[in-house]
Ligand binder design. Structure first.
Ligand code: BGC
Length: 734
């Protein structure tokens, strides 16, 4: 035993030494290459070219840019790489960098959906497949994950992230980074991850994309920064600086966030890449007089690469950095600092040793499409959230006599890919109609009628839809948003199901009370009426290639839904921003006291809270306990709880652990997620599970914005939703 421990320590020591030696070697190579570069060549490394044109080959030879977008072809990509490696003066390979957000060819659920699985291991597997596919087309670097916390569903980009919680968001951020970057960035199938958009882009005022952000430094540190920090700790190769201004200073010239926090506090060694023309837009923000001023501000604050460096608007670093150095407005050392980071990443990616796509590697290591679909289907079904299931209408029997399938998204393919899936192939998407057809018995009659389009104004399809609803045992309506109604530049002020779909839902409900609503959308919607009236509701987001199969698995009980919301569903838009980890206020809402914090025209509670999601079975939490009722400032606490499946179907419950610091020197949220576990239980089975609350999980920023642990009572809550928990407590002693 003693020897084993010794061997283990030696082993760790060796790994440490070899990583240290490797890093030192890379630093040596970077320095030696940098010393040979002209100013023009250095600046070239800081410019990403977005597309291919007639001049591309010549520009590569001259070293005019160091990064390039996706070319969708390994051979075209390699032919350009050959020019860089063989014909440019210093033979520096290009890095190919583009958006791979939720899959490349195999499209997985949108990130918001993935987060509802609360299954980081599966999210990591999906990201690994995305990396392998993207790398087989020659990509070395993706602009993902988006780790922006979003508390406002009007903001269309809520679909690209993991929702409203910094703890879950941090775990998901790290899972994506591990998936993309694999064991080593230099592996053929690994791509560098980019945590974006740094920072607080999701706090855009009024949910309007690109809008100003004005939040306290406390909120910045408590809510918006943690997922970025987690991505950095997981080794993310790059960070993208955001479009928005933050407390008066645009994110892409923000020395405090880009250098003070990112470099000095977190010791990030990777590359900061701008967002699309976010350096040029410093002029529009009114903090730069012109483009050269913008270039100066960007590079000084710590933005290394100009993402849209060859576009008319985004062409900032390539012309202006040289001018700034020549005029002695900035020092060449500033350029060197950024070039060093880019070269370091290229060395880490192994691009100097293997610059071309190794087809043989992918032939051997790429999982079959069947295996990839299996992961996509599993992640799809785990992402689905059962919002309501009155009278156990779901699951349906596979030998049901007849089903009316209605709605604009029931036989759609393209929309199901969701936003940001540029390489998805819509003909490979399993529609809901197909998924149901493949699932039911040969005798089951499926009466499909579209009924209306997503944004239609014409009711001409209503009569046929009503007719089939009347004639069938059950009606399933697949309704929601189109894929382009969420994502970038897709903010909404009205979060109802768009067009006349709500009208059709009411008509179908009149015709058949056995109605199941399958929602597809990129954000929480306002569905108050549906939630009050319709017996069964499934939130399915956009699930990608395997949509139809995943939904049919849930509808017919081959998978018992386990998804939990990661973004609060408001009742009405006027409640936004609405999130679970709010402060208590001095006048917490009380139904018996008028002068408390609430509305006179709407309940203060959400329609569906964070962490909420039903199952076909019931779970009961009991016997919550802590191993110590009193602890010292540096101690950990183990929280244990019993979870029992009290129903008749096997299923997975997500046990969620929340805490509240009851009294502190600063106000603290009424609940903060600090742990979660997926627990599979057969009918009648129970399991005891435990969580470790470590001292750093009990810390927060004090009055002077320094991290502290203060004595006092911590309330501990565990349950299957943020609004349904059992509690205990412990005390931190001085
Ligand atoms: C988006 C980024 C994206 C970039 C490059 C921008 O408009 O904000 O998320 O990575 O374009 O495509």
């Amino acid at each position: 035993m003693k020897y084993m421990k010794l061997f283990f320590l030696l082993f760790l020591f060796n790994i440490g030494i070899s990583a240290f030696a490797q890093n030192a070697l890379i630093e040596h190579k970077v320095d030696s290459l940098l010393s040979k570069m002209t100013l023009k060549e250095k600046i070239g490394q800081l410019v990403r070219k977005t597309d291919l044109n007639k001049m591309t080959g010549e520009l590569i030879k001259e070293g005019k840019f160091g990064e390039m977008g996706d070319l969708n072809s390994a051979s075209v990509r390699d032919s350009l790489q050959r020019i860089a490696v063989k014909e440019s003066r210093l033979h520096i390979p290009l890095a190919f960098a583009a958006d791979v957000i939720h899959g490349y060819h195999t499209v997985f659920p949108v990130p918001l959906a993935q987060s509802c699985s609360w299954d980081p291991a599966l999210v990591e597997k999906a990201a690994r497949i995305a990396a392998l596919e993207a790398a087989s087309y020659g990509l070395n670097w993706t602009f993902s994950p988006m780790v922006d916390i979003a508390r406002d569903p009007r903001w269309g980009r809520i679909v690209e992230g993991a929702g409203e919680d910094p703890f879950l968001g941090s775990i998901m951020a790290a899972a994506y980074v591990r998936g993309y970057q694999g064991k080593s960035l230099s592996d053929e199938g690994s791509i560098a991850a980019t945590a974006k958009h740094y920072v607080a882009y999701g706090a855009a005022q009024a949910g309007r994309d690109y809008n100003t952000v004005d939040i306290s430094v406390r909120t910045l540190r408590d809510i918006y920064l943690p997922p970025f920090h987690a991505a950095v700790n997981a080794g993310a190769g790059s960070i993208m600086s955001a479009f928005n201004d933050l407390n008066g200073i645009p994110a892409s010239e923000n020395y405090f966030t880009l250098t003070k926090i990112l470099r000095d506090e977190w010791h990030f060694k990777g590359v900061v890449i701008s967002d699309y023309n976010s350096i040029g837009e410093l002029v529009n923000h009114g903090v730069a007089a012109n483009k050269e001023d913008a270039a100066r501000e960007g590079i000084t604050a710590g933005v290394d690469v100009d993402l849209a460096g060859d576009t008319i608007t985004g062409n900032i670093y390539s012309p202006y950095l040289e001018y700034l150095v020549k005029k002695h407005i900035i020092s060449e050392k500033l350029i060197d600092r950024s070039v060093r980071r880019v070269l370091r990443l290229k060395f880490r990616l192994g691009l100097f040793d293997h610059p071309y796509v190794d087809k043989e590697y992918f032939r051997k290591n790429m999982p079959s499409q069947k295996e990839k679909n299996k992961i996509a289907r599993q992640l799809g079904r785990e992402s689905i959230v059962l919002l309501k299931n009155e009278g156990h209408l779901l699951p349906l029997k596979k030998n049901i006599h007849s089903i009316a399938l209605i709605g604009p998204l029931a036989d759609d393919q393209a929309d199901l890919l969701g936003p940001w899936s540029p390489n998805g192939i819509s003909k490979n998407v399993i529609t809901v109609l197909q998924g149901i057809k493949d699932k039911v018995s040969p005798e089951t009659k499926i009466n499909y009628v579209k009924g209306c389009g997503i944004l239609d104004t014409s009711r001409s399809g209503f009569d046929d839809a009503i007719k089939v609803a009347k004639e069938s045992d059950v009606a399933i309506m697949v309704v929601g948003e189109s894929r382009d109604m969420s994502g970038e530049a897709a903010s909404r002020t009205n979060l109802d199901i768009p067009g006349i779909q709500n009208k059709l839902i009411k008509k179908i409900y009149e015709a058949n009370k056995h109605l199941i609503i399958v929602l597809m959308n990129g954000r929480p919607l306002t569905i108050d009426w549906i939630s009050k009236n319709i017996p069964s509701i499934l939130e399915t987001w956009f699930l990608g290639n395997q949509t139809g199969n995943a939904i049919a698995d849930v509808i017919f009980g081959d998978y018992n839904p386990s998804g939990k919301l990661t973004a609060t569903f408001p009742r009405v838009v006027g409640q936004i921003p609405l999130f679970y980890n709010h402060m208590n206020t001095g006048r917490p809402p009380s139904p018996t006291d008028h002068y408390t914090s609430k509305y006179i025209d709407c309940p203060v509670t959400p329609l569906y809270p964070f962490g909420y999601g039903l199952s076909y079975t019931d779970f009961k939490f009991s016997d919550i306990a802590v191993n110590k009722k009193q602890i010292g400032m540096d101690d950990s606490v183990i929280v244990s709880v019993n979870v029992k499946n009290t129903g008749e179907t096997a299923g997975t419950e997500v046990a969620e652990l929340y805490i509240r610091k009851m009294v502190a020197s600063v106000t603290r949220p009424v609940e903060e997620l600090k742990g979660f576990k997926r627990v599979f239980l057969n009918p009648g089975e129970s399991k005891s599970i435990s969580f470790m609350l470590k001292p750093e999980m009990l810390e927060y920023y004090g009055v002077d914005m320094k991290k502290i642990i203060e004595p006092g009572v911590i309330k501990v809550m565990v349950g299957g939703s943020s609004d349904d928990v059992i509690t205990t407590s412990f005390e931190i002693l001085k």
